[in-house]
Unconditional design. Structure first.
Lengths: 371, 224
């Protein structure tokens, strides 16, 4: 188990660095960082007082990945995503998009860059007075290059493309409806179609599922995953829900008090969170369960293999000591059933030793939980 | 009434047309000035798409000044301007410059408040797609605010209509002049009442027209 832990740590440390081992050109392209954030800071001034929203953020986003950014409200994650497309100008630090620093771009280049970086929002933000077709064709209208005559000529092509996009998100036949006639989930689908109209390489999602019910959230996440896998769009997803991260993200960065508390692959962070906020977010609902009981409590992590074995029963049988199960759940992380459980250990030190040695022997990750 | 029915009809139709002429021409010119002013007020505001404290401050100051001056006083104050612009200080034509000066700032504020109703999230989304300021104004702000602008037009036209009634004091003609000249100076209350009824009918029609247009054009809150 010790080995696994160290391995995880080494992996995490290696992630943000740029030195990759070249394994053929295709692999190289896949490993390329499409976005690099270096020493990013953002301070808002209000009534003479400074409010630090972001502080020394370093993050690299791999081309073709789904990068999650999670944090509690007010942690600075929405500001971070707005800095990535320069809707907010950073106070310090640099953002590189495809190797080019956004800070050195002219306004015109910033606008062109945004056409290569779609964005969707919690409140959908559709144009209420336009029908769906016109909503989706909006980015094509504004990105038009050439005179007014070719603009008029290309109208049909724009609407044709908008129709295809609407069909892709499952809204064929609703082209002439207006946003007010749609449900939340349908609105977000239109927003996704609109964000993808200019064929961007990156899609920014700012709490895109936070206004939706669990079932609709699942469908929207499924759609985002499909867009990532089939179209190769890099997705950056901001959320406060760990379940969203676990459902589709490859990588995760946890933001707390304007800083990155930890970052790494979702699997590794789930297995062994290193920060206090990381533990809290991963435990989720289980957090309050840890307040019960008086004995020593540990969090067990099961990966795909052990999740299918009756580990607990075997543990109790082998240690011949009872344990109290306080909380348990199983999640699908990266197509692997990942389980976590909080148990209260017996007070007898010998029983505790027996249980811990059993866990070590079976290679089950565990850590002590403090409430 | 000392007039025959024929004379009466001739008088009222002439002055009703004069009122409609004054109001429609002034509304058109006032909107031609008020819409750009309103747009500039919105976009130059702090935190908007083209913040500019100086322009915003100056425009805001002038729109407030002109809205504070009572119309009757403004009417007299701008007589030299009127003379310079339309070469007369009498008749319906002469009332147009003061009407425009009084209502353009008023319309600018109405347009400003309509545009401010547009959800800031929608503007942010437009920005995130790479829209420049002109595209945001012409493709997002104005179209999204359209129903609200129509409602504003109903209010603005009604107030221009009521201003125009004061034209009677400076020989501007129109229905207001009938009410004043016959009703007030000659104690012909019945003449005044007819003028008022015609004005009320015009207001109702104007109101109805814009409200229907607003409702028809609004795509929010409509069911299949």
């Amino acid at each position: 188990m010790e080995d696994k832990m160290t391995e995880a740590i080494v992996k995490n440390d290696a992630l943000p660095k740029e030195n990759y081992t070249a394994e053929g050109s295709g692999e190289e392209l896949k490993n390329e960082n499409i976005i690099e954030i270096k020493g990013l800071g953002k301070t808002f001034k209000s009534d003479g007082e400074d409010f630090v929203a972001l502080d020394q953020i370093d993050l690299s986003i791999r081309r073709g990945s789904i990068q999650g950014i999670i944090g509690l409200s007010g942690a600075g994650k929405s500001t971070l995503v707005r800095c990535i497309n320069y809707l907010e100008k950073p106070s310090s630090g640099q953002i590189y998009f495809r190797g080019q620093s956004l800070g050195s771009m002219k306004q015109r280049e910033i606008l062109a860059m945004r056409q290569n970086m779609g964005m969707i929002f919690q409140q959908f933000n559709l144009l209420e007075q336009r029908n769906l077709l016109k909503n989706v064709s909006y980015p094509l209208e504004i990105s038009h290059k050439g005179g007014p005559i070719s603009y008029v000529k290309k109208r049909k092509a724009r609407l044709e493309r908008a129709k295809e996009l609407l069909a892709m998100v499952g809204l064929e036949g609703r082209e002439y409806s207006h946003p007010s006639q749609l449900s939340g989930g349908q609105k977000q689908r239109v927003a996704i179609a609109r964000a993808l109209a200019t064929k961007p390489e990156v899609l920014l999602c700012d709490e895109a599922t936070s206004a939706l019910d669990p079932k609709t959230t699942e469908q929207i996440l499924e759609l985002l995953k499909k867009i990532n896998r089939e179209m190769g769009v890099t997705i950056i997803l901001i959320t406060h829900q760990m379940s969203v991260i676990e459902a589709i993200c490859d990588e995760v960065a946890i933001i707390d008090h304007s800083r990155i508390a930890e970052a790494g692959s979702v699997k590794e962070v789930f297995r062994s969170p290193k920060s206090e906020i990381g533990r809290k977010l991963i435990l989720g609902e289980g957090e309050k369960e840890t307040r019960f009981g008086t004995g020593k409590r540990i969090r067990l992590v099961f990966d795909g293999r052990s999740a299918h074995e009756p580990v607990i029963s075997e543990m109790i049988l082998s240690a011949k000591a009872p344990v109290n199960i306080l909380f348990a759940n199983t999640k699908d992380v990266d197509n692997i059933a990942m389980g976590q459980m909080i148990i209260e250990l017996p007070e007898n030190p010998e029983d505790e030793f027996q249980i811990l040695s059993f866990l070590k022997e079976r290679g089950i990750l565990y850590e002590e939980v403090h409430s | 009434m000392s007039m025959s029915l024929k004379e009466l009809l001739a008088l009222f139709s002439k002055e009703t047309l004069a009122t409609l002429y004054m109001v429609s021409i002034s509304t058109l010119i006032s909107y031609a000035i008020g819409i750009p002013l309103g747009v500039i007020l919105v976009v130059t505001e702090e935190g908007s798409i083209a913040p500019n404290k100086i322009i915003h401050g100056i425009l805001g100051f002038f729109t407030n000044i002109f809205r504070t001056i009572p119309f009757l006083i403004l009417l007299v104050m701008v007589l030299p301007i009127t003379k310079a612009l339309v070469h007369t200080t009498l008749g319906p034509k002469a009332i147009i410059p003061p009407l425009v000066i009084a209502s353009a700032p008023y319309i600018a504020r109405m347009v400003e408040s309509s545009l401010k109703e547009v959800d800031s999230g929608v503007i942010e989304a437009a920005k995130s797609m790479g829209s420049d300021s002109f595209q945001i104004i012409f493709k997002v702000l104005l179209p999204e605010a359209r129903p609200s602008l129509y409602v504003g037009a109903a209010i603005c036209m009604t107030s221009i209509l009521s201003y125009s009634a004061m034209a009677g004091f400076v020989g501007g003609g129109g229905l207001g002049a009938i009410a004043l000249n016959y009703g007030y100076y000659r104690y012909q209350t019945d003449m005044m009442l007819i003028a008022v009824v015609v004005l009320v009918v015009i207001v109702q029609l104007v109101q109805e027209f814009w409200m229907r247009l607003a409702k028809y054009s609004d795509k929010r809150g409509k069911l299949n």
